[in-house]
Design a protein around this ligand. Sequence first.
Ligand SMILES: [Ca+2]
Ligand SMILES: [Ca+2]
Ligand SMILES: [Ca+2]
Ligand SMILES: [Zn+2]
Ligand SMILES: [Zn+2]
Length: 370
Amino acid sequence: MKASFKKIFSVLLCLSLFAAIMAPIATAAPADDAADVSIEGTKGNGDWYTSDVTLTPVTEGSMISANGSDWHQSIVVKGDRTSPFTYYLKDADGQESGAKKITLKIDKTAPRIRSGSAFKDGGIYCKTVSGGIVEEYFDKILVDGEPIRYTQDDYDEIKYYFTINTAGSHTVEVYDKAGNVLTANITVNEDHVYGDLVQTKAPSCTVRGNWEKQCIYCIHKVIISSTDAEMDQLHDWNDPTFEWAEDGSSATAAFTCNNSELHSRTLDAEITSEVLTAPTCKEMGETKYTATVELQGKTYTDELIVKDIPTKGDVNGDSNVDLVDARTILEYIVELQTFNDEQFNAADINGNGKITIADAKLVLKSLVTE
Ligand SMILES: [Ca+2]
Ligand SMILES: [Ca+2]
Ligand SMILES: [Ca+2]
Ligand SMILES: [Zn+2]
Ligand SMILES: [Zn+2]
């Protein structure tokens, strides 16, 4: 196409040279920006037009042609274009000019952002947004009225590439050389804005649970998994088996988990005790021991009863309760005896914290009711 155009052009050039030799009076055509046609169109910046352009011969009665054979009052040159436009004139007498050239820069197309790109007017972005500019005659890009850095690119139809990573609302203007402008108002968020955390996998002591939160403006997603410590709080414990020391002084509680036989735990219990039955001169007293453990917010207890409170009345420690003990108690009352703590305890038969004649009586009574 271009080659054949060239060929025609050179043929016409030869013809006009020939005409110039044969008719030396003919005026030479202006080299460019012909003054013999009027140009009608919307002026852009500089020497650019932003609309199709109508060329009309200045001289009344003259005709104009784009190919030297079809003649018109005026012709319309369509954009976009920057290459010189060739035309021909014929005056009222039918006298034809040779090929003439005029430089016409027409850009009717505003810059645009490559389709499919995330960047668009009214868009809300997280942290950063980039756009690929499609524009043959790019001039500048302004963000909030200030020029920003851009890079030249040659990917697909993209010619320039820019990135905005300043948080806030921005007005972006992309200009071409003719002054056509693409305007877009966008917002860049400082960070992602997440929706609610949604559970996607329920956790247990054997399964790591998952939760997701999705940014409401972009595809960014955060996945949170349960930690080992969290999983360790999710056992399904069976009631424990308590293991007691014989004397009730300590106990352990052994737990097993319903979900896995690998999960077990043995805890030392807290021990408390109380007198269940008081001792007499014949019977030892009983202590009730209570073991308490706490696991995963739940309290478990167990009890052990031990007959471990010594019998009363054996004040002299000969393992018998007899008249000697009764007499010793009486001697204490009349201050012929002193007792250590152990003896005092053994002598306080009714356990009221005092040693009186009533205690001596209880010893005697135990002897006769044997
Ligand atoms: Ca343009
Ligand atoms: Ca005794
Ligand atoms: Ca007493
Ligand atoms: Zn986001
Ligand atoms: Zn478990």
